[in-house]
Design a protein around this ligand. Structure first.
Ligand code: HEC
Length: 108
């Protein structure tokens, strides 16, 4: 096999495993990450605390803050960027922590 073929296969394998890792969040671990969010967010009701209650977040047609349909991109984007009284978590959470957090938010 040519060197370039080895390289292509290696890259494909790495890309595949990174993607699998990014998608597989652990909701139980995400619940622990959420402890730092709970000061401002209810998880067990949609009632406003400092920020909107997050119960039913992924089941709602629109996010309260952005009006966009909830998805990993829009919810993850809000968590990354913050704004409107919410801190930005882009630098504060690792990629696996964020994947776990999103998995947990989907259970609410
Ligand atoms: C200091 C208080 C505070 C903390 C801590 C906080 N948030 Fe927020 N969050 C807010 C506020 C205020 C908003 C509304 C912002 C807006 O209207 O633009 C918000 C909005 C959101 C939204 C959008 C909800 C919707 O329906 O639009 C999500 C999702 C969210 N926060 C998740 C989190 C997560 C996850 C964490 C922890 C990593 C967190 N927040 C930590 C205050 C906070």
């Amino acid at each position: 096999m040519k060197k370039s073929q080895y390289l292509a296969i290696t890259i494909a394998l790495i890309a595949g495993s990174v993607q699998a890792y990014a998608q597989k969040g652990d909701a139980a671990k995400g619940k622990e990450v959420f402890e730092q969010c709970a000061v401002c967010h209810n998880a067990d009701s949609a009632e406003q605390k400092m920020g909107p209650g997050l119960k039913g977040l992924y089941k709602a047609a629109k996010m309260k803050s952005t009006g966009k349909a909830p998805s990993d991109a829009t919810v993850g984007g809000k968590i990354d960027e913050g704004g409107g009284g919410m801190p930005a978590y882009k630098e504060m959470l690792s990629a696996p922590e964020k994947a776990n957090l999103l998995a947990y938010l989907k259970t609410l």
